[in-house]
Design a protein around this ligand. Sequence first.
Ligand code: SF4
Ligand code: SF4
Ligand code: ZN
Length: 274
Amino acid sequence: MEIEVLEKNDKTVRLLIRGVDVPFMNALRRIAIAEVPSMAIDEVVILENSSILQDEIIAHRLGLIPLKTDLDSYNLPEECPCKSEFGCNLCRVTLTLDVESKEGTSTVYSSELISENPDITPVSDKIPIIKLAKEQKLRLEAYARLGKGKNHAKWQPVSMCTYKYFPKIKINAKNCNVCGECVTICPRKVLAKKEKSIEIRDLMACTMCQDCVDACPQNPPAIEVNWEKDAFILNIESTGALSVERILLEAIKILDNQIKEFESQIEMEENEKN
Ligand code: SF4
Ligand code: SF4
Ligand SMILES: [Zn+2]
């Protein structure tokens, strides 16, 4: 397998992965979405709420705030040695909110949630939680835990994880009259018209929709759009809970463990048969 980083910033990464197949890419994508754990608020105790929103709606909104996650210091509740429903310092983080609108209407933002662990805080300070009118109050305690996206979307560490085949575009210069129809119709501006030829301006943007092939007046078309069978472009966007590198590493670790478990199950069944 070969991996090339095409684009990378704080929250997103775009990789070109060669030498793999669709089942592998799909397993990686599904594990990143559903199996890599992240931290989210799971239980809320409302101590005082004189706002117009019901407790349940506030709890739901709090659950969906992505939290910076520390996978090395916390256990999944089901794997924690405490075996307690309430959790312990190794599987639970408490956040509190104590706000009152003293002058007119005000918006309460995620920055006002106080965490007992300064490393486990909302990924952004600017997520609105609620609006309070004058003299309305909200006091609560919230408990965050590690969890998996397969149980609730609030635990997904990725806001986007997609892959597509690596496109291949071939222009037959002998057959092409440089009419520019393919350039005009392309919705992704992949192609560009030069004086005597058509150039590929941004191959990665191609969705392989075939519109350019259909628009070509030549018979057979002078442009051919195809894809490489074992090369894929993977796009991952983190919610901010974990770095994209960590999400990928965890996903590969989980996939590796699942394959090992599958192998040992097959071996056990074969031994039983013999
Ligand atoms: S296949 Fe679609 S996206 Fe790709 S170059 Fe042709 S028109 Fe553009
Ligand atoms: S539409 Fe066909 S003939 Fe016209 S420029 Fe594109 S490839 Fe060439
Ligand atoms: Zn615990």
